[in-house]
Write a protein that binds this ligand. Structure first.
Ligand code: PMP
Length: 338
């Protein structure tokens, strides 16, 4: 081995930096710091769960040589799994909902994975949903392993044993609040549990999106009807097993438009090229900060890279066509004049 090198790309996951937001938080009572998980080799924090869940599957005897890895994924987890599979020589099949960006689908196919696209607006137990299709494929294909990041508790264990200790070591626990966008619940629950054990006064706040059922469930204990939303990666229409609501103190809920506009400001004003759930998390953090009476240090985990959203959030025509920019013509004139 060459000195200073890693044995393979999977070994290069982790040790991502934490940086301060200078412009976006300048009028806020709180200081905001962000962990740049898009600096992982596959472009998201899901590289960690991909590697960890598959290592565990091999240890537990669930994934055997020559096996096929099957997962229903919004794309980021697929990249993490596909990267591990390329290094360790396994086949992959990914099942996606059709609202996911073309970049995500193309990326997975480029890894050599088979990608099945299913309709978004059907109930999770509908046979056409990506949850049902993934399960069916796993039952039918011999020597396959259905990863199931929603209910596989090695998802939250990844963040409990790896991501959170890394952040604790980087910061020496010098923050008051930890926030992250919520989907499977793995990030917020795994990190939240670790931080609460180390820092009894830390607050753990999840960021959910309008239309999702997660924040409402924490508040009322009731499962409400989900509505559609455009944000990718955050929000759910059911409660995955990875949630432990005891470690989540509160939620902030944000909408598509404000999240997308904040994602663009994050790039323009801070130079940070991240995905829509990052903008959502920062909107949530600013809402939380606006309710505080004393200064707090907020640490937010930003899940993924902006390059998966180049044709959507970072495209003026897509933003205008969907009503997120008032007029593409006006915005372009304004941008030129600025
Ligand atoms: N943001 C993005 C872009 C994601 O892909 C995910 C994963 N679904 C999340 C946020 C939420 O993370 P978690 O699933 O760990 O709750």
């Amino acid at each position: 081995m060459m000195k200073g090198s890693k044995a393979n790309v999977v070994e290069a996951i982790g040790n991502t930096p934490i940086v301060k937001l200078n412009s976006l938080a300048k009028d806020s009572i709180c200081d905001i710091y962000v962990k740049l998980e898009f600096m992982n080799p596959g472009g998201s924090t899901k590289d960690r769960i991909g590697a960890y869940m598959l290592d565990q599957a091999v240890i537990d005897g669930d994934l055997k040589p020559g096996g096929t890895i099957i997962e229903g994924t919004s794309g980021n987890t697929g990249v993490g799994l596909a990267m591990w599979a390329a290094v360790h020589k396994y086949k992959c099949i990914f099942v996606l909902a059709d609202k996911q960006s073309q970049e995500k689908i193309d990326n997975l196919r480029a890894f050599g994975a088979k990608v099945v696209v299913c309709p978004t607006n059907v109930e999770p137990d509908d046979p056409r949903s990506y949850y049902s299709v993934s399960k069916r494929l796993a039952q039918t294909i011999p020597n396959s392993f259905y990863v199931n990041q929603y209910d596989n508790l090695h998802n939250r264990n990844t963040h409990y044993t790896w991501t959170a200790p890394e952040m604790f070591e980087q910061t020496q626990g010098d923050f008051d609040v930890f926030m992250a966008g919520v989907g499977t619940g793995g990030t917020i629950t795994g990190c939240g549990k670790y931080f609460k054990e180390k820092m009894p006064n830390v607050e753990i706040v999840g960021i959910d999106c309008e239309g999702s059922i997660i924040a409402h469930y924490k508040k009322t204990g009731e499962i409400c009807e989900a509505k559609s939303y455009v944000l990718e990666g955050v929000g759910e229409d059911f409660i995955p097993e990875n949630y432990d609501f005891d470690v989540i103190d509160d939620f902030e809920v944000v909408g598509d438009k404000e999240s997308f506009l904040m994602t663009r400001r994050l790039l323009k004003e801070e130079g940070i090229y991240a995905g829509g759930s990052a903008g959502a998390a920062i909107c949530g953090a600013l809402k939380y900060a606006a309710k505080q009476t004393k200064k707090k240090k907020i640490l937010i985990l930003l899940h993924d890279s902006g390059n998966r959203y180049a044709s959507k959030i970072y495209n003026d025509d897509w933003m205008s066509d969907n009503g997120y920019l008032d007029s593409s013509f006006n915005v372009q004139i304004k941008d030129v004049l600025n």
